[in-house]
Design a protein around this ligand. Sequence first.
Ligand code: AHG
Ligand code: MN
Ligand code: MN
Length: 338
Amino acid sequence: MPQVTVTEHLLLHQKRTPMATGRFTSLLNQLILAVKIIAREVNKAGLVDVLGFTGDINVQGEEVKKLDEYSNSVLIHRMRQAGVLCAMSSEENAGIIEIPEGYPQGDYVLIFDPLDGSSNIEANINIGTIFSIYRRKTPSNSAATLEDLLQMGIEQVAAGYFIYGSSTMMVFTTGQGVHGFTLDPSVGEFLLSHPDIKIPERGSIYSINEGYRTYWDDATKEVVDYFKSPDNENGAPYSSRYIGSLVADFHRTLLYGGIFMYPYDRRDPSKPKGKLRLLSEANPLAFVVEQAWGLATDGVNRTLETQPTELHQRVPLFIGSPADVGKVREIYKKHGVI
Ligand code: AHG
Ligand code: MN
Ligand code: MN
């Protein structure tokens, strides 16, 4: 198969989506450059961790925090220069990240989780970067406001994730299906490796942190008991898989089918809607899964139609094969939840 780079794939798309502009392509190319820099550090951290190289000892001890902060600063620094953004929001920053005076402005908005699953990096387990791209809402010649960031997920023009593991992969959509690219370090390009990904209608894997069972409501307990029971539509219990990195658990769900669940639980009263963030985690992955013919809900309602009210609001997330996410909705409705 001829090697197709992301840029070539986009140019192909640009022909198909006349309103797309070269500025969007340069946004993605800048994002890819930032990720290559992050991937280099993430892998080195792994090496230092395993082989005890002379790397900076901070990378080992506080590498999780270090790498969160490092990834965040690389993305902010690079994307500021891209000349296509009017604002950014990062999981690591409390407020809106403006494009300072003197930097070229644009009409796109970028929201990201710079390093997802970072508690896993010390064990050399897959982590990732999640991104979401919107067009600004406010007029081009004005300062960006929260209105530009608090858009419903259905307004996304592109979204996806990078996963750092045995290889570095990029999976994203611009609303024309979902395509996966694998970084070929020898040429430094992401090459098309998974064209037109579609999630299976029903899977045989469920993914949830069962350690919190005590804190779930009855509806969630019945949902998980359904997947564990031999009396489900598969006629056999689903396998349980939980990595603890959303990007890795989602990537497996997208390719193999099944369902990833992070419900709300009573563990932490300050997080009544669960742990995952709507803008930087749930919405981008919901766009990807819907483009791959899957579903994403809060148990009942479509994630992409949630109206955000604050940058870091959290939502329950049930995402994956349509038959499996649909079963959750059926059980939740039976319990009168949401
Ligand atoms: P982040 O590292 O960006 O804070 O995200 C961590 C998230 C997500 O990656 C994963 O699904 C979830 O935390 C795991 O949470 P639990 O440890 O509570 O299961
Ligand atoms: Mn995260
Ligand atoms: Mn993170």
